[in-house]
Design a protein around this ligand. Sequence first.
Ligand code: HEC
Length: 182
Amino acid sequence: MKKSLSTLLSAAGLCALLLPVALMAADMTKMQTGMGHAAGTGMSMMQGADGMSLMMHITKTDPYMKWDLMPGTTRMRQGMEPHGALQNVYVNKLALKAIKDKAGMLPDGAIIVKENYAPDGKLGAITVMSKKKGYNPEAGDYMWLKYGPDMKIQAEGKAAPCIKCHTKAKDNDYVMLAPLKK
Ligand code: HEC
């Protein structure tokens, strides 16, 4: 009995060890596919052409947590459905400049990242808008991304639900929170 229990435990331990490796391997495959795609379309790999590489970009290459908050917003601002009850909205340098200059629209390479928290302060999801010239001219050239605290991607690319609702702010380059026009 004792032996089988310890065998079971070590088997469980092994699984726990192997699982992340397996997941990483899956991620790598996905990333490589993404890279192929990016190379094919001539898009900059700096930001990535798919959700996985965009996620890597904003967490590793240029961590969004070091960016400025979107002008006019505060830490843990109160948000609306379908996003978090509490939110932190970060903008990269290009987005910040365009918002400050009231440039009318965001430039290629601009990124907005929004952390969405439940009322109890628990992180629910991260939602991202990434401007890529030529990516989706019919809807403001944004790549949309949503991932959970477990880094699992829930929506990416030309995500119809995101676009549908953000179209309300079409005249403001699909951005809800900051006026881009003078
Ligand atoms: C039903 C409407 C609706 C849908 C669907 C929606 N959003 Fe939003 N989004 C908003 C509103 C309203 C705001 C302003 C912040 C707030 O009050 O929650 C916002 C803000 C944002 C922001 C901050 C920049 C800005 O526009 O102000 C990002 C980034 C964002 N949404 C990403 C997404 C992504 C990614 C999806 C799809 C997975 C999505 N949104 C789906 C309504 C929506």
